[in-house]
Design a protein around this ligand. Structure first.
Ligand SMILES: N[C@@H](CCC(=O)N[C@@H](CS)C(=O)NCC(=O)O)C(=O)O
Length: 204
């Protein structure tokens, strides 16, 4: 399999899961501005959506969308126990976290990536995100991971998105549980490996 990624983007989540699951994956870096890959390919022909991540399967087919790629990867390595059993309520709970992360957190950052914006608009985007972080903070009280004691694919995605708060200088001081969670996540050996592989800081 081959993962098309951009350093520090949401494609970091599948890289973390590939490391945690011990999957053998090739990587091809995508320049999102030019839509070309490090291997010299036209990315739009690989993923017509024009965004990372994209996972090329052994069959040559392309799978896109972070939650789907994470679920697929976890199912390739059931012994790593990165997802609860298919059909169980816990599995749907993980999907609930994946959807929350994708729609409420990940896409909440979109306005902040789109270049210079009026201060008022930035404040609105940040305060909406902060409301979500406060919810997350309450959920993480007394438990190390989103699902409780066990790390799942949802943590890889949530951690990846939370790491963008540093880049955008979003104040998380009111969310002590979230800060602890980010520290705990960044201490996982496979998370460190993924961050190092993308040339990202590993400090919590
Ligand atoms: N719904 C997509 C969103 C992916 C996404 O937003 N990727 C960003 C990087 S974090 C990207 O490549 N943006 C470039 C673009 O949209 O042109 C998913 O879940 O995979």
């Amino acid at each position: 399999m081959k993962l098309y990624y951009t350093p520090g983007a949401c494609s970091l989540a599948p890289r973390i899961i590939a490391c945690e699951a011990g999957l053998e994956i090739e990587y091809d870096k995508v320049d999102l501005k030019t839509q070309t890959t490090a291997s010299g390919r036209d990315f739009i022909r690989i993923n017509p959506k024009g965004y990372v991540p994209a996972l090329a399967l052994r069959s040559g087919e392309i799978l896109a969308e972070v939650p789907v790629i994470l679920e697929y990867m976890a199912d390739q390595a059931p012994s790593a126990q990165l997802l609860p059993r298919l059909g169980s309520l816990e599995r749907y709970r993980v999907k609930e976290w994946l959807d929350f992360t994708g729609t409420e957190l990940h896409k909440g950052f979109d306005p902040l990536w789109n270049g210079p914006m009026p201060n008022k608009a930035r404040q609105l985007a940040v305060s909406q995100l902060q409301r979500r972080f406060e919810y997350l903070d309450r959920c993480l009280t007394g438990q190390p991971y989103l699902m409780g004691e066990r790390f799942t694919v949802a943590d890889a995605y949530c951690f990846t998105v939370l790491s963008w708060t540093r880049f955008h200088r979003i104040d998380l001081s009111a969310c002590a549980m979230v800060l602890d969670y980010m520290k705990r996540m960044s201490e996982r050996p496979m998370v460190k490996r993924a961050l190092q592989a993308e040339g990202l800081p590993i400090a919590a």
